[in-house]
Each structure stands twice: as C-alpha cells, then as structure tokens.
Design a protein. Structure first.
Length: 292
C-alpha cells in the first residue's frame, strides 16, 4: 500500500471516529443537568410557589414550579431555561417577572431536576407543548408570554410558531444550535450529526405574535450578531434590545436589562401613523445641478 494512501486512510478513520464520538456524546456536551431527589423541597425567600408533576404519554414526569405575584395576576410567563442545572437555581430569576404582576412557570427538561424520561429534541418539544396546553386550560393565550433563555430560546420559538401567545421573548438566542457548535468543530458534518439542531431561525418565520430579542454585546458564547441576524427573519414583529457590555450569563446584572423588561412587559406598543412620517422620503445621493 502506498504511503500516501495509508495516511489518507488513517486520517479518514480518525475523522469517522471523531464524528461517531460527537454523535453519541453530544448529550453530555450540550446538557449539564443538576438532578434533584424526589423529596427535595423548593424554598425561595418572599416567593409563593406551587410544585407540579406532569406525566407524559410515554410515562416520563415533567417537574415544574409556579411562582405567584403579590396581588392580581396580569398573566403567566412560561420561562424556558438554559442548558445547565435545574429550576432550583433558575427559580431565582422568577422575581424579575412576579414583581411586574406575572405568574411564572418554570419546568425542568427531561433528566434535569426531578424530571424523568429519555431526552430527545422531539420529546422535549412534545413535553413543552403539553405544558402549554395545560396553561391554556387555566388561562387564555393572550395572557401567556413565552420567555426562552439561551438553549430555551429555540424551544420557545418553536412553541410560539405552533401557538398564539401574547408575545415571545428570546434572551441570548442562537440562530440554530448547529451554527453554535460549528464554531468549535468547523470541519465536522454537523448538519448530519446534530441530534438537537434547534433551528430557531426557521421557527421564527411562523411566529405571529410580537417578538422581543434581548442580547448582550459582549456575549462570547453566542455572539450579538446572531440576534441581529435573527431580528431580520420576521422584522415586522421583531424588536431587538441591546444590553451594552452584557455577556452570556450576566444580563440580569445590568440595570438596562431590567428597564427593557419593564418596557416589554408593561408598556403597550404604540400605533404609528406612517403617513405622518418620513418613511417614503428617499435621500438622494446625486448632487443637485445648478441652474445656468
């Protein structure tokens, strides 16, 4: 066998081995779950909560926690969290919505917290639709806000595309999970390997409610330009909110983030009479010729 051919075969074998490893190990690389014992008691200072366990058609249990505001509720925020830990820690962010008068429902994906079942993109989408259906039994869709954080942004976009919530809020979203992983493995056939492609951009095309995208300019994991690109998918319904200096995990540490939430949750969008604006004025680049 020629030397060059043995090198090609060796490189090809290594490439195939890495591809197989990526396929089977991606669950461990993408998801960082925190598991909780079945008897774990959730406890948050000055927060009223209620725990739920929802059984799916394949026998899995989806564990959720509902946070209640003080006074009359304006609606409910279905908060879809990121890829790490459990609602035990994520529950600390519920105050950002209960303080505005909203109920907050957080659920753990399969294998996170107290939730059980074999995880897959299809199963998670089905679980979340089941959760959404349960919410519709308790309130009307015009009182449901979908909030997707990082990993949860793709699932939130999918839910919004299949239903009619009041609005969709995406926090540090990705264009697709395939695009995110491609930054770290640019030479791998990720379109074939990814079990969780989560094409947020495809689902946003079919969303019919207002879309708010929040992103920090210093996000090292999912670049800010991702949200700029996403905001162009369904531009008539989308507003991009920029947190100057914000990273991927610290937007809640910026006052501007909380001001943005206040605007999104509490201020009704104004109707603009475009006929009274300069929308149809064309700024000519040609110099005006002087009359002789």
């Amino acid at each position: 066998m020629p030397y060059w051919l043995s090198i090609v075969i060796t490189v090809l074998a290594i490439y195939i081995a890495i591809s197989i490893a990526l396929y089977y190990l991606q669950d461990y690389m993408l998801f960082k779950p925190e598991k909780l014992p079945a008897d774990f008691q959730f406890d948050y200072e000055n927060q009223e909560t209620k725990e739920y366990n929802l059984e799916t058609r394949d026998g899995a249990i989806i564990n959720g926690l509902r946070f209640f505001p003080k006074g009359e509720s304006k609606g409910v925020v279905l908060y879809l969290k990121g890829n790490s830990k459990s609602i035990k820690g994520w529950g600390k962010f519920a105050v950002d919505f209960t303080r505005h008068g909203y109920n907050v429902l957080m659920v753990d994906y399969r294998g996170f917290g107290k939730s059980t079942g074999r995880r897959s993109q299809k199963a998670i989408k089905r679980d979340l639709q089941l959760v959404y259906n349960k919410l519709k039994e308790q309130t009307t869709e015009d009182r449901i806000i979908l909030y997707g954080r990082s990993l949860g942004s793709g699932f939130a976009a999918k839910l919004a595309s299949m239903n009619h919530p009041k609005m969709l809020v995406l926090d540090a979203p990705y264009y697709s999970l395939t695009k995110v992983t491609a930054r770290y493995a640019p030479f791998m056939p990720l379109s074939l390997l990814m079990k969780y492609p989560l094409p947020t951009y495809k689902w946003l095309k079919y969303v019919q409610c207002p879309i708010h995208i929040i992103h920090g300019t210093h996000d090292k994991l999912i670049p800010y330009k991702t949200s700029v690109k996403l905001s162009q998918v369904n531009p008539k319904l989308t507003k991009l909110h920029t947190v100057i200096g914000g990273g991927h995990k610290n937007l809640n540490n910026f006052e501007s983030y909380h001001r943005m939430l206040d605007d999104i949750l509490n201020k009704a969008p104004k109707t603009i009479d475009l006929e009274t604006t300069s929308i149809n004025v064309i700024h000519s680049s040609k110099p005006t010729k002087k009359k002789a």
